[in-house]
Ligand binder design. Structure first.
Ligand SMILES: Cc1ncc(COP(=O)(O)O)c(C=O)c1O
Length: 385
């Protein structure tokens, strides 16, 4: 049996909505019928003040950082245990310093205590990453941000539908960034969204301009100016309406997708928890304040050797298990920024010991049972029974 690491879910309406664009000769560029519908869907369902679809989670992060208006010498606190895009977004602002921060062992999310340690007069923002769609400790983080007058960007790339207490992730900080990459719960191949959690018109207008190549074309389309022109430095961050049509169909199935993913997650947990007693690995606990979306099922091994053995064993038996992230502070670009591996010991250790299991909405019970059976064989080999 071959168990793929991920498979995108198909809701059934994707092609119908795309066909509507062609049948009715609608515009295929950005900000068309389906972009507006997808944005409105997100605004209503997740109570967001303003949503802009973007071409990726990466460009949503870049746009969010641009809106902070950072200056050379400013510092941004960010976890090292994340995808490169979180930190690239900061480094596009010339002279801005990235301050890598430790994670908590239970959630692998940024450690609020370490944020406080890393604060200084140059700190302007905190970027948090809701790893595996499980919320960071947002009350503590927002309290620190308020006390020190810092902006907060939530990298909610993995966190659609997830909540911190009763609030949807991405809506708590100043900005939230979602990803609709193929590997995410909801996808359009490549795509993303920026949540703007303020009704400050200047910020919203600035976002409109940056994503429209630095022009005020959005204003022109609304009839607010009689011609459009170059007004700021910008980029091309609007996805085509073809992608937005695909995305809307996916978004409309989000309840079903989340339910199915959580079912698969809980089944994994049930099948694997009996092997936890050997202390070869642990299944992370979800904090009481978090309602998650079943984005990732992962375990943390006690040693890198056991993690690598198990991952190889699963792969040899057709199960595409994997790991991430190589910590950013000890990656070649992180070293170039002046960091060394020993600066963040928890992050280094976790990264060597994490293993992710295949998980997708349509995963059959039989597939999960097969993965659990192969995993059981690996555990038997490891603890010698
Ligand atoms: C935590 C995190 N941030 C940012 C991104 C980037 O999203 P995208 O691939 O849509 O650019 C990802 C994607 O894997 C991610 O996991």
């Amino acid at each position: 049996m071959l168990i793929k690491f991920f498979k995108p879910y198909i809701s059934g309406n994707e092609l119908k909505y795309i066909k509507d664009l062609f049948d009715n000769r609608l515009d295929l560029s950005g900000d068309g019928k389906y972009t507006k519908m997808a944005q409105e869907f997100l605004e209503k369902k997740y109570h967001v003040n303003k949503v802009f679809l973007t071409t990726s989670g990466t460009t949503a992060l870049e746009l969010a950082v641009r809106l902070l208006d950072l200056k050379p010498g400013d510092e941004v606190i960010v976890p090292s245990f994340t995808f490169s895009s979180t930190v690239n977004a900061i480094l596009f602002s010339y002279g801005v310093k990235v301050v890598f921060t430790e994670i908590q062992k239970d959630t692998l999310n940024i450690d609020p205590k370490d944020i406080k340690r890393k604060l200084n007069k140059n700190t302007k923002a905190i970027m948090v990453v809701h790893y595996a769609g499980v919320a960071c400790d947002m009350d503590r983080i927002m309290k620190t941000a308020k006390e020190s007058n810092l902006k907060v960007i939530e990298d909610a790339a993995q966190a659609i539908e997830s909540k911190y207490k009763n609030k949807y992730l991405g809506t708590i900080g100043d900005f939230g960034c979602l990803s609709f990459h193929d590997t995410k719960n909801v996808t359009c191949g490549e795509g993303g969204a920026l949540y703007i959690n303020t009704d400050d018109k200047k910020i919203i207008e600035k976002a409109e301009i940056i994503r429209e190549k630095g022009t005020n074309r959005t204003k022109f389309f609304r009839g607010e100016v009689d011609k459009y022109t170059w007004v700021d430095v910008g980029s091309s961050i609007l996805p085509s309406d073809i992608l937005a049509a695909f995305l809307l169909a996916q978004l409309e199935s989000i309840d079903e997708i989340t339910k199915k993913r959580l079912k698969a997650y809980n089944y994994y947990k049930k099948l694997l928890s009996k092997y936890e007693k050997h202390k070869i690995f642990r299944i992370p606990k979800i904090p009481k304040y978090a309602i998650h979306n079943g984005h990732i099922f992962y375990v943390i091994f006690s040693s890198e050797k056991d993690r690598n053995f198990t991952m190889d064993f699963l792969r040899k038996n057709g199960v595409q298990a994997t790991f991430h992230y190589i910590p950013l502070h000890s990656a070649p670009q992180g070293i170039r920024l002046g960091y060394k591996a020993s600066d963040l010991k928890i992050t280094e250790n976790v990264s060597k010991c994490v293993m992710r299991f295949p998980l997708y909405a349509d995963m059959a019970k039989e597939e999960i049972k097969y993965v659990a059976k192969v995993f059981e064989e690996a555990m038997k080999k490891l603890h010698g029974k």
